[in-house]
Design a protein around this ligand. Sequence first.
Ligand SMILES: *Cc1c(COP(=O)(O)O)cnc(C)c1O
Length: 466
Amino acid sequence: MLAKKVNPPEISGIKQEISPTYSMRYFTESIPKYQIPGDGMPANAAYQLIHDALQFDGLTAFNIGSFTTTWMEPEAEKLIMENLGKNFIDRFEYPETAEIHQRIVNMLGRLFNAPEEADFCGSATVGSSEVIELGLLAHKWTWKKNRIKQGKSTDNPNIIFGADAHICWDKFARYFDVEPRIIPMEKDRFCIDAKSVIERIDENTICVGAIMGTTFTGACEPVKEINDLLIQVKEEEGWDIPIHVDAASAGFILPFVNPKLEWDFRLPQVRSINVSGHKFGLVYPEVGWLIFKNQTDLPEDLIFYVNYLGDTMPTYTLNFSRGSDMVLAQYYNLLHLGHSGYTNVMNNCMNNARYLAHMLTDSDIFKLVNNLELPVITFRFKNTPVFTPFQLSQKLRERGWILPAYNLPENAHDMTVMRVVVRETFSRDMAETFYVDLIKAYQMLDETEKEHLEPNVSPRRGHHMT
Ligand SMILES: *Cc1c(COP(=O)(O)O)cnc(C)c1O
């Protein structure tokens, strides 16, 4: 987040003579909000002030639009707390943490079906965005090296992805100076198709992006078809164009609920994959994973060897220092849940998503926009009431629910949808409560509108949400 300068109002000082035990006494003075206070305050006072102010934040349990994990088991939290001060980059100081990192990359390389002969490699990052920038940069580098080898120009690299891609794809294109060739979304199709990819590629295409679980609708893109057409292009033109699969959300879902679906390293053109550990990897925010199918997919000149901290260590990340806690928490989940545990959790999410989706379509008020390949329900109004999904979302917020409403991009941008991401914590009971509240909120808005349009009709009563 880019924070901006705020000019503080007049500041009144904090009285020093008050004994630290009487923390509440500090509550009768303003605190300097936008500059460091001259003197501090007792720990309990600072804690209480911040703790209370944060009650204004939404409740994570009711944030049903988010993909990111909001709950972990007490044992995971214990490990996190025990390792908070451990800088992940200090491999020499914390060799066991480095070993655990290595194990996770191996588990994921195999989860994504790297062929036996593939010597995959990878790294933890702070999230999928960092991964996507690093993954695509590697493909840009490989393309450039090949062009130089062939004595050809390296002036105009391009990358192909859909308008349904996450903002980090656009970021990559701008930050790393690659022309984005964006496939527009259509009203009847919310992801790219293989044909529109092939129409846009040329000898300067560094990579094709395919999204497994788009942020907008949870749709999964046809990676296999794209792969097959790229193989054909390779035979005909000699261009070996890699696919990067953005499996931020689906990377921890599909291998468990739909293992036969081929979207991963089983496909020859898929050379790198990202997954967010902090989404369906079931870890709190700050961990993503980058996996390259082969070490040769990560050009050697992008790897930096640092030896400030003891031994020599190869790194491929944008950040240097970072916490170890979420990497360790990821390992905890993998060990604790195992394959069957993840399968259970993901199947529960899928079943609860189907259950809620069913209620929504039965209501006759809403219709689904996607077809539930993942536990992500994107829906919209069946009819066109005078109010918008934004207003409905705002109404639900009164009850505490955080339900995102947003427009789809490009050609479908006049379509406003709402999204529920059914995560591990979204129980069936909660789905039912949410559904009741959703319908109530809809009816309240509907009635307010009717009263507005027909002022002679006496206002109805008893429509408060309780
Ligand atoms: C969430 C998401 C991202 C960004 O991932 P972060 O881990 O939040 O950086 C990228 N792509 C897709 C498809 C996503 O769902």
